[in-house]
Design a protein around this ligand. Sequence first.
Ligand code: SAH
Length: 240
Amino acid sequence: MKRVLVYLGFVLLLCGLLLASCSENQMTDKRGNYEWAEKRAAMVQQLRAYGSKDERVLKAMSTVRRHKFIPEKYLGVAPPYGNHPCPIGYDQTISQPYIVAYMTEKLNIQTGEKVLEIGTGSGYQAAILAELGAEVYSIEIIPELANHARKALTTEGYEQVKVLTGDGYKGWPEHSPFDAIIVTCAPEDIPQALVNQLKEGGRMILPLGVYMQRLVILRKKSGRIEKVDDLPVRFVPMVR
Ligand code: SAH
């Protein structure tokens, strides 16, 4: 009898350990990093509270490891999963998670669509687009950031994203036309080359202006451009 009880106790202990390790696994990311997975889940909770509803975008935001796109020496400057922009060096920032989710949601990216991003920065937004199944082309004017983004994208499993070191005002004519274009730095006026590289029915989202900036959403319909003003925002300038 005593033996049976000891045996039962042992089995129960094993079950308990197994359950505990399962529930912890649910919170760990693909490399078993518990803390960041928990922080990322909290970030997604906050996005929901702010009104993000697109489950595909929320899933991408809960999958992509934002802290891996922020250069290590800036990780301590601003918590990577807080709802604020984070510095990435060269006086540039990665947008706050809410704006990344918002702009991505507005573009309504479908699997297999060709998407151009202007302002690769850390590579984080490009990874979100890739996670949604888009074929991503991204242009960055600062060579060091372009290199950083290429490395981060590759180590995080998004090596298919193409990053060009160059001037986004010119777009990427060799790969045009694009189903969607996302600009993550603010020009004063809508760059005409980008409009030209948009497919019929294509969508573009960009912050426009110098001090008073607004997000603007464009759609090409029968060769004409429909333009809708959206949220007030604050982005780094799109430089020439
Ligand atoms: N999307 C990025 C954040 C972008 S910050 C991310 O997810 O991390 C804006 C970026 O636009 C900066 O890296 C800046 O160098 C770049 N940029 C500014 N002007 C540009 C231009 N004319 N062409 C391409 N990139 C530009």
